[in-house]
Write a protein that binds this ligand. Structure first.
Ligand code: FRU
Length: 324
């Protein structure tokens, strides 16, 4: 690269609509803004696998220096990811996995542990009998598969825990009222939903049936902000949420290491933990600090740009004055 040319990092984001995805994008933008030598482009695939494919093709054709992908599903992108990798373009996979080992680095939390943590949390409450409704995400992405496996692995070991129903998030409006009405002998006393939004929707349905007090709801993600996981725990809507970090800033850090020819690990596994009433406030404070840092960085950068603009106008005036 010449001194004036920037490195091009492209990110193909599979889903755009929820706060967790927005947080991932934002983390990437803030982290990328710390390095003057890179230019980050974020492409939104809006849950359309064909769109995501064309974004990866675009990045390959336009010789991006690093390609970051959060893949919608594990199989359909394999050929393209392998094409990029074989061409020598570093590929970083975030959050969801693909069915290939031909990529440079993966960054994300271990979703088996996410499922295990949810089940261990229920086990730790020592109920005589825990009847669980599992609400999976709507697709067969790796987090859905792995959260399910991890959760069932622990439930299987606990004599007093059982998953009485397992449904998908798109079935909740019809199925939850039916389940509540039909199971009268051993009613559901836990809901494990694969993200906080689903858990909150399930809680609303239970509330409309007047049974929300007798069920403990557990979600995943643990974001801060209005009606997100941490606040829902603080409000007592959720009993717990399992923290699922987005990996946005780590992905950019890894991309920088690659561009600087430093060694990177293939698997970069982020920590997950249980957030319940005991630590929700601390987690919230931590997020507030991070957000404040991010805002400080953004406002400093704005000032730098303003100063640069003032400087260039001033030097233009100066040039005019001295007749250059
Ligand atoms: C957001 C989301 C999160 C979840 C992740 C899994 O789009 O559904 O709630 O933890 O994706 O990939």
């Amino acid at each position: 690269k010449s001194e004036t040319e920037n490195y091009k990092i492209g990110f193909s984001q599979c889903i755009s609509k929820d706060d967790w995805r927005k947080a991932m994008d934002h983390e990437m933008e803030v982290e990328a803004s710390l390095y003057t030598e890179i230019e980050l482009s974020i492409f939104q695939a809006h849950e359309d696998i064909e769109v995501q494919k064309s974004q990866i093709e675009f990045m390959i054709e336009n010789e991006f220096d690093v390609i970051i992908i959060s893949p919608l599903r594990p199989e359909p992108l394999v050929a393209l990811v392998e094409r990029a990798y074989d061409k020598g373009i570093p590929v970083i996979i975030v959050d969801r996995k693909i069915k290939s080992q031909k990529f440079t680095a993966f960054v994300g939390a271990n979703n088996l542990d996410v499922g295990r943590n949810a089940a261990k949390y229920i086990a730790s409450l020592n109920e005589k009998q825990s009847n669980i409704l599992e609400i999976k995400g709507g697709d067969n992405s790796s987090p859905v598969i792995e959260r399910h496996l991890g959760f069932h692995e622990i439930v299987y070991q606990e004599a007093n825990m059982s998953v009485v129903e397992s449904i998908r998030d798109n079935e909740i409006q019809t199925r939850i009222p039916q389940i509540i009405d039909s199971i009268s002998v051993n009613p559901i006393n836990y809901v494990f939903a694969f993200n906080d939004n689903i858990a909150y929707d399930a809680w609303k349905i239970a509330k409309s049936k007047g049974v929300e007090e007798s069920i403990k709801f557990i979600g995943v993600d643990g974001l801060n902000g209005e009606n997100n996981g941490i606040q829902l725990v603080e409000n007592g809507v959720l009993a717990a949420t399992i923290l699922y970090p987005t990996g946005g800033d780590e992905a950019i850090k890894i991309a920088m290491k690659i561009l600087r020819n430093e060694n990177v690990l293939k698997d970069n596994i982020l920590n997950t933990t249980v957030i319940d009433f005991r630590n929700a406030e601390i987690m919230n404070d931590q997020y507030d600090r991070i957000n404040k840092h991010q805002k400080d960085i953004e406002s400093q950068q704005k000032k730098i740009i303003e100063q640069e603009e003032t400087f260039s106008t001033q030097s233009n005036i100066l040039k005019l004055l001295v007749g250059l």
